[in-house]
Design a protein around this ligand. Structure first.
Ligand code: SAM
Length: 282
């Protein structure tokens, strides 16, 4: 079923599988009832492969923490009046189904056409009902995707919440910069941007060597990080707050209690970005 997906698209099955596992926990940080279906049979295999070979069997709490962090920030943006959401590289994300949105909210999902087609058929098989207007838009984010988004009804005059989750490190620095410029050009004042990323220093360091080798061997290498996200986003007019995993706002009682050995992935310099355009307070 997932055979037609390219290696990078298949990482969406992996993250869905981690969300499904989180959904099964008594102390779960969010509900994600559709994740198991969307992970397909392949997601758990990819997840277990990485955990076994790279993480010595340790579960990485980052996915659960980042999901909850972004859930809270998106709901907060909606409370603040944002009605247009764009999931950039949406993968098998179901926030348009599992979170409650104000009436008139429109959520665009950008990803590879094959991935979105598989997702649509799986959701239809479960008779899943969205909680706002969900508009999947099949694109290549390294090509002209903005025309397709505007054609799908995106309004450049409205403040937008952009979520770039699980993507930046798969792009080269040049591709990341181009994508950020394109997002910024479409963003009205007051738009927000959420993303996760990693420092270039940790990416280049010995602690991530095995991770990077395995990612590259699987056909989806991590290509870039950034040691100065304030400078990177600030140059485009975004005012940002950077939250390291395990900081008070990005812990949820999960990070501190994770059993992380030296060299295991959770020790990487990964962080979460919350940004607002035009220098408004974050
Ligand atoms: C790790 S998954 C993240 C999915 C989702 N945001 C999540 O956190 O579960 C990476 C996603 O990026 C998408 N992606 C990567 N490069 C892309 C491109 N050039 N065009 C469209 N989608 C792309 C893949 O198809 C995949 O769904």
């Amino acid at each position: 079923m997932a055979e037609g997906l390219d290696p990078l698209a298949r990482t969406a099955l992996w993250t869905a599988s981690m969300r499904a596992r989180e959904h099964g926990r008594d102390d779960r940080l969010f509900d994600e009832p559709l994740a198991g279906l969307l992970a397909t049979d392949d997601g758990p295999k990819i997840m277990r492969g990485f955990e076994g070979e790279v993480q010595r069997g340790v579960e990485d709490p980052a996915l659960a923490v980042r999901t909850r962090f972004f859930d809270d920030a998106m709901v907060d943006a909606a409370r603040g009046g944002v009605r247009q959401l764009v999931l950039v590289a949406a993968g098998m994300d179901t926030r348009g189904y599992r979170l409650r949105w104000p009436e008139s909210t429109v959520l665009f999902e950008l990803d590879r056409p094959a991935l979105l087609e598989l997702k649509a058929s799986l959701l239809a098989s479960a008779s899943a009902k969205p909680s706002c207007a969900v508009r999947p838009v099949g694109v290549d984010l390294l090509s002209d995707w903005t025309t397709s988004l505007v054609t799908a009804g995106f309004k450049q005059t409205e403040p937008t919440l952009w979520l770039v989750e699980g993507l930046f490190y798969f792009l080269s620095a040049h591709e990341r910069d181009t994508l950020l410029k394109e997002i910024t050009a479409l963003s009205a004042a007051g738009s927000r941007l959420l993303a996760d990323y990693v420092t270039q220093t940790s990416l280049d360091g010995p602690g991530m060597r095995i991770w990077r080798e395995k990612m590259a061997a699987s056909g989806h290498p991590w290509k870039s990080g950034c040691d100065d996200p304030e400078g990177l986003f600030g140059a485009q007019g975004w005012s940002i707050r950077v939250s390291a995993y395990g900081s008070p706002e990005a812990d949820y009682g999960r990070w501190a209690h994770a059993v992380i050995e030296p060299g295991v992935t959770a020790t990487r310099g990964r962080y979460l970005i919350s940004a607002v355009l035009d220098g408004s307070a974050v």
